[in-house]
Ligand binder design. Structure first.
Ligand code: IPM
Ligand code: MG
Length: 363
């Protein structure tokens, strides 16, 4: 079959890691007899440089006309890049937020899994790691603080800034259902994370999650305050199966969860709406400090491509092939710099392109 894939290379390490993911997809296409047709989409800093805005209407239309979009990362160094001298709605991140909103990508899945082979890259103690962990962060992606009204105005002779955090029942219900649905396919446990001891939006979150939970009697669920969750992720990450949470908390907790798996360079993500369409991107950022050096870990992007095959195209065998090839490459002792073992044990350090090639060889 033929599939239309929109490709956002973006900024920083984005182009380097996307090239490797496309290489893997092409190898899958050749092996399994699929045609992947790519259309380049400009977003982020590179779009600002080329068009003056981080995302054009044409770029949104191209994404909409694709079966799925594969993305690298966007943005630059927020203290030094000229992009951050622009008004907030003209900066690279505004493009990503606009794309998520325009395509209604409300469900963001971020799997955090500790590979047996990467235990030595995990910063946690062995007695905490135990036999590893495997969690799925289900982050709400089109509401909350990211999309509420904001302003900076002068009041009584000083600047006052406001960001508003809004959630409606229907926004909470649809993401909660996704969270429980995915739990049904996993270990059947949902930890809903909020700040219900302080925030109204969290109290509504809790109420709606409880209503949704009633429809899933097989799923064990609990509520956890976000500050406690941040602590539990490093104290006992094995307790988590699905973490269901709102946009900002999910942003923060998913970075933390990725680090306990060894590196943010391993964490893939899928952003989904009510259709088969999805935007697939590594959870990590554009890492401008290491861009262009050929050392970035392409695995998160390659695993995001696998998620695309699984969730948007229903190509499970093909997705399995990629995930197994990644496991094999790690078992064979190849590591990019971010996942080097703490104890200096014997592994082979490789760069971005070589890692992509090694994965292709193992498909
Ligand atoms: C992420 C990123 C984005 C976010 C940024 C780039 C706007 O950190 O996907 O987690 O905050 O959602
Ligand atoms: Mg983030």
């Amino acid at each position: 079959m033929a599939y239309k894939i929109g490709v956002i290379r973006g900024d920083g390490i984005g182009p380097e890691v996307v090239t490797e993911a496309v290489k893997v997809l092409d190898a899958i296409g050749a092996k399994f007899g699929h045609e992947f047709n790519y259309t380049e989409i400009l977003m982020g800093g590179c779009s600002i440089d080329a068009t003056g805005v981080p995302l054009t209407d044409e770029a949104i239309a191209t994404a909409q006309a694709s079966d799925a979009v594969l993305m690298g990362s966007i943005g630059g160094n927020t203290s030094t890049s000229p992009w951050y001298k622009l008004p907030a709605d003209k900066r690279p991140e505004a493009g990503l937020l606009k794309l998520r909103k325009s395509l209604n990508l409300f469900a963001n899945l971020r799997p955090a899994y500790l590979y047996e082979e990467l235990k030595e890259a995990c910063p946690l103690r062995d007695d905490i790691i135990g036999d590893g962990f495997d969690m799925m962060i289900m982050r709400e992606l089109t509401g909350g603080l990211y999309f509420g009204a904001r302003s900076t105005v002068e009041e009584d002779g000083q600047l006052v800034a406001r960001d508003s955090l809004t959630y409606s029942e229907s926004e909470i219900r649809r993401i909660a259902k996704r969270g429980f649905d995915i739990a049904m396919k996993r270990r059947k446990k949902v930890t809903s994370v909020d700040k219900a001891n302080v925030l109204d939006s969290s109290r509504l979150w809790r109420k709606i999650v409880e209503e949704v939970a009633a429809d899933y009697p097989e799923v064990e669920y609990e509520h956890m305050l976000v500050d406690n969750c941040a602590m539990q992720l490093v104290k006992n990450p094995r307790q988590f199966d699905v973490i269901l949470t709102e946009n900002m908390f999910g942003d923060i907790l998913s970075d933390e969860a990725s680090m306990v798996t060894g590196s943010i360079g391993m964490l893939s993500s899928a952003s989904l709406n009510d259709t088969k369409f999805g935007l697939y991107e590594p959870s990590g950022g554009s890492a401008p400090d290491i861009a262009g050096q050929g050392i970035a870990n392409p695995i998160a992007t390659i695993l995001s491509a696998a998620m695309m095959l699984r969730y948007s195209f229903d190509l499970d065998a093909e997705a399995d092939a990629i995930e197994n090839a990644v496991k094999k490459v790690l078992a064979d002792g190849y590591r990019t710099i971010d996942i080097m073992p703490r104890d200096g044990s014997d592994v082979k350090k490789v760069g971005t392109v070589e890692m992509g090639t090694l994965i292709v060889e193992r498909l």
